[in-house]
Design a binder for this molecule. Structure first.
Ligand code: F6P
Length: 545
């Protein structure tokens, strides 16, 4: 049974939302707080060690009810059950979307084409565990008999961003192995990494679901060539492992079959860090921490699958994002973690969110007549405050922002943490409250200035406020809470894709550039430039001359 094809804008709920929007569009979030002393109590979800406050947005209980009506009208409950039960909801690629099975419990049953996939997932998890322990313990030796000190992950997109983001985020839990990531097909990037490592003590993990990706294959060949300057072909088995569905291509590359970690067609690249694609994570932080990450994600899966929509974190966040995107016309969303550890969360979610929901064709094959796919961006606070917060506070664009903060720091640096978190709380309050003309003036008067002296300056110092934010306050950054956080955003993506009536799990939009790059590469190598637009022809001739 396929996903339903319902244009959200043609639902009854959408009509109601449209007239509801015209009623509340002009109201201020500040007034919502003034009129209801209990607003914060009503607009939050407390779940395990997460406290999600979504009160600082221009919406009411009625808005949420109408958005839930919309979700029901487009068949979200049915879609959720298809998502978790292995139906081929990635219809344009004829694939199931089962990353949730990767973090399911061992005694769960998840059927794909009539077969329970859990046993093979656990076989692979055991293989990851054994291999991780073998490398970390120092039992494994490189070609010259020394234990491994460094791991280089070679992959791109989903085969890089997830592992790189998590390894960075869980640095505190890291062991003695140094980890490096090669992704870009930029020879300079490769050489900079090679400069840092010793071939005798380095393990290379080549990650490519398809094992056909130009960047990863080129980088792997370069690395292999470099390695063979020091070692011999037979040493490859000790130093190279691969994660892929394409056993034939991996074997042709020269990797021994026992060094291949399988993944499955039903795991999308950008949702694959929970599979053997996470091998580098397991090597960096140990298998137990990797498993905790999966456990946290599984807890969020259970919450998402079983909680009524009004208390369901990913659903509420997705509905709110639809409200901002499709009614208020917000084009982007910012994501500001108040921890340096999450500095790669935004780039990671850029692939998750924008490769999934950056679509303009509805599930019936016709163009959509409404906005889809939000643009997501961000940097850790407080750095971002000193970079782009000016625009969020006083610019012309509406930028709903998620603030992610932790109650406990990892090193117990209380002084720093209090400063960091006071900025965290201050920013959402400032974005809500702003600063009125009267306040600005009274500050000037208190400094002994006269109104006439400062009249011209006042408009520049006024903050409108009423800028929407969500606050995610989490006890502590642990593998488990991180797993839950990432899964939360994955499910938010899913809900939005269902409501927008698009296919979130294909990525045809990346193909054209790849095709053209291949033919341009032939032209560059042969020196024979074919027919292009005049701009491309001129640029190419400058490059090859
Ligand atoms: O960018 C397109 C894409 O197909 C991503 O979806 C994927 O994560 C990435 O390329 C890498 O693909 P592979 O793991 O097959 O090398």
């Amino acid at each position: 049974m396929k996903l339903q094809h319902i244009n959200p804008t043609e639902t009854k709920a959408w009509q109601k939302l449209t007239s509801h929007f015209s009623e509340i569009e002009q109201q201020s979030i500040q007034d919502l707080f003034k009129n209801d002393a209990k607003r914060a109590e009503k607009f939050n979800i407390e779940w395990h060690d997460f406290y999600v406050d979504f009160s600082k947005n221009n919406w009411t209980e009625e808005t949420i009810q109408l958005l839930i009506e919309l979700a029901n009208e487009v068949g979200l409950p049915d879609a959720i059950s298809k998502y978790f039960s292995g139906e081929k909801i990635n219809e344009t690629e004829d694939r199931a979307v089962l990353h949730t099975a990767l973090r399911a419990n061992e005694n769960d049953v998840v059927l794909f084409e009539g077969k329970n996939v859990i046993p093979e997932i656990y076989d692979t998890k055991n293989k990851i565990k054994d291999f991780t322990n073998y490398i970390i313990s120092g039992e494994a030796k490189g070609y010259s008999g020394k234990p491994f000190t460094d791991v280089v992950n070679i992959g791109i997109g989903g085969s890089d961003l997830g592992p790189a983001m998590i390894v960075e985020a869980l640095q505190f839990y890291k062991n003695n192995l140094n980890t490096h990531f090669i992704s870009n097909v930029d020879g300079d990037h490769v050489q900079e990494i090679l400069k840092k490592i010793n071939p005798e003590t380095t393990l290379f993990v080549i990650v490519s679901k398809t094992f056909t990706t130009q960047e990863t294959l080129t980088n792997s060949e370069t690395v292999k060539k470099w390695f063979l300057q020091y070692a011999t072909e037979k040493d490859i088995a000790k130093h190279f492992v691969a994660v892929s569905t394409n056993l034939k291509n991996v074997t042709n590359f020269g990797i021994a079959p026992e060094n291949i970690f399988p993944m499955w067609d039903w795991v999308g690249g950008r949702f694959s860090l929970w599979s053997a694609v996470g091998l580098t994570i397991s090597l960096a932080v140990g298998y137990d921490n990797f498993n905790q990450l999966l456990k946290g994600a599984n807890k969020m899966d259970v919450h998402f699958a079983n909680t009524p929509f009004e208390n369901n974190i990913p659903v509420v966040l997705a509905l709110l994002s639809i409200w901002h995107n499709n009614f208020f016309g917000a084009e982007t969303e910012a994501l500001i973690p108040y921890t340096q550890y999450l500095q790669k969360l935004a780039p990671y979610l850029q692939q998750g969110i924008m490769e999934s929901n950056g679509k303009s064709i509805a599930r019936n094959g016709k163009s959509v007549n409404y906005q889809t796919g939000t643009i997501v961006w961000g940097e850790p606070g407080t750095n971002s405050q000193h970079a782009f917060f000016q625009l969020i506070h006083q610019g012309t664009k509406l930028i709903p922002t998620d603030f992610i903060g932790f109650i406990e720091p990892l090193y117990g640096e209380k002084d720093h943490h209090n400063k960091l978190m006071s900025n965290f709380f201050a920013q959402t309050e400032a974005l809500l409250k702003g600063k009125s003309r009267e306040q600005v003036l009274s500050e000037f008067l208190a400094q002994g200035k006269t109104e006439a002296e400062v009249a011209d300056l006042i408009p520049f110092k006024v903050f409108e406020g009423n800028k929407p934010t969500n606050t995610l306050l989490i006890n502590k950054l642990t593998p488990e809470s991180l797993g839950a956080l990432v899964a939360m955003y994955e499910h938010k993506i899913f809900v939005q894709g269902i409501i927008w009536n698009i296919y979130s799990y294909d990525q045809w939009g990346v193909e054209l550039g790849k095709q053209l790059a291949n033919s341009i590469l032939n032209e560059i190598e042969s020196g024979n430039i074919k027919n292009h637009d005049s701009s491309t022809t001129t640029l190419l001739s400058k490059f090859i001359s």
